[in-house]
Design a protein around this ligand. Structure first.
Ligand code: SAH
Ligand code: SF4
Length: 386
């Protein structure tokens, strides 16, 4: 977090009223209300705050961290998926986020505009199937850097620059499923959730429209629960037992399955929202009938809201692939036959590297990075394939 003493780095989305008032100087109190109203609408460039006097706008521009630069946009799925590359200011960090539009009458009943946002530049967790993990961790995002991914999309929708018939003209849902592990950046993630759900001074999104995905960093899961907001928790499982999960999700060695599931149950109990689980299907690694059976047994009676099966998306430098479609369906059927509400996730944006686990792939290729220690896990598991 920044403070008023640091010029042009003050994060307007993390600043208290006192800090913003200090930035406003001798201005009358209603200026703070005006500034907050602009921020709540996603306008964070002082130059655009037209009801503030020009001198004050200039002074604010000297203090507030500037909005991110929209470096590139790509679209896929007939315009329903849009990936943007944002250069954050003043850090210069480049971040990808994805907008997914679901028009009414499409695959869901209510029209939705969902933004998938990043919480870190890269990720330190090293899951061997994930492109973001291969880049390592380059940095934490601030509250402002996280919420600005939402406000950029909101403005693209509101201005009509992104417009699809039957789709909303504003952001309806936010999923913390982009780059990084949200609960390895607790300050950024919780601060962003607070601002996004603040009806008075923030974005005013219902907590029920927000999903935080985690590999299960147990102490931070409890901090999220302690927020007391009915945010949807999605837990990335990927394996039905600790032995396999230790390799696929290295953090499992510190936070084994039983602890992760207990913390997930506490969240459900405290918020009244059942937990969603995610499971990346990797051919020959975690997709065998016995994996499905153990997974069903592991989750039986836990009141899972849903289990999303995500066929593995291609990751540079990793030879693993998704199982054939028939095998994916057979795996899913074993789970549903056992009473688990499971479906295979329809992928968005695979051809523009915008799908699950693909963000940051381009940087990895550009910088010529080689895979870190995670490659060891991949090799070890490949040795145990059928
Ligand atoms: N770090 C968090 C959130 C970001 S990843 C987490 O891991 O939960 C969002 C989802 O994409 C996770 O369920 C993750 O396991 C999945 N994912 C990662 N790499 C993938 C890949 N190559 N193919 C499909 N899904 C992947
Ligand atoms: Fe990080 Fe999630 Fe990728 Fe694992 S799957 S490396 S936690 S972003």
């Amino acid at each position: 977090m920044t403070d008023a003493a640091t010029p042009a780095t003050l994060d307007p989305y993390a600043a208290s009223d006192e800090v913003l008032s200090a930035a406003l100087g001798d201005e009358p109190r209603y200026r703070l209300v005006q500034l907050r109203a602009w921020l709540a609408r996603g306008v964070d460039d002082p130059e655009e705050m037209s009801d503030l006097p020009a001198g004050l706008r200039r002074r604010l521009a000297d203090v507030l961290a500037p909005p991110p630069e929209l470096v590139a946009q790509t679209s896929a799925d007939g315009g329903l998926t849009r990936k943007v590359l944002l250069r954050m200011q003043p850090s210069g960090e480049e971040i990808e986020s994805v907008l997914m539009l679901y028009p009414a009458g499409g695959e869901r009943e209510r029209a939705r505009a969902t933004v998938c946002i990043s919480t870190q530049a890269g990720c330190a967790m090293g899951c061997p199937f994930c492109a973001t993990g291969q880049a390592g961790l380059r940095g934490q995002l601030t509250v402002g850097e996280i919420v600005r991914q939402v406000t950029v999309m909101q403005r693209l929708l509101a201005s009509g620059e992104i417009a699809v018939e039957g789709a909303p003209d504003h952001v309806t849902n936010v999923v913390f499923m982009g780059m990084g592990e949200p609960l390895a950046n607790v300050a950024g993630t919780l601060g962003a959730v607070r601002w996004l759900t603040d009806a008075e001074r923030g974005f005013g999104l219902s907590a029920r429209s927000i999903t935080v995905s985690t590999i299960g960093l147990v102490p931070a899961m409890r901090q999220l629960t302690a927020l007391g907001l009915p945010v949807r928790l999605a837990v990335s499982l990927h394996a039905p037992d600790d032995a396999l999960r230790d390799d696929l999700v290295p953090a499992n060695r510190s936070h084994p399955l039983a602890e992760v599931l207990a913390a997930a149950a506490e969240h459900a109990e405290a918020t009244g929202r059942r937990v969603t689980f995610e499971y990346v299907l990797i051919d020959g690694i975690n997709d065998q009938p016995e994996h499905a059976e153990r997974l069903a047994a592991l989750l039986a009676g836990r009141g899972a809201a849903h289990l999303n099966l995500i066929p593995m998306n291609p990751t540079p430098g990793v030879s693993w692939t998704a199982p054939p479609v028939a095998a994916q369906r057979a795996f899913c059927r074993r789970l549903t036959d056992a009473g688990l509400p499971a479906t295979i996730r329809a992928n968005r944006g695979t051809d523009i590297d915008a799908a699950c686990g693909q963000l940051y792939a381009t940087y990895q290729l550009r910088s010529g990075r080689i895979l870190p220690a995670a490659i060891g896990a991949a090799e070890r598991l490949d040795g145990t394939r059928r």
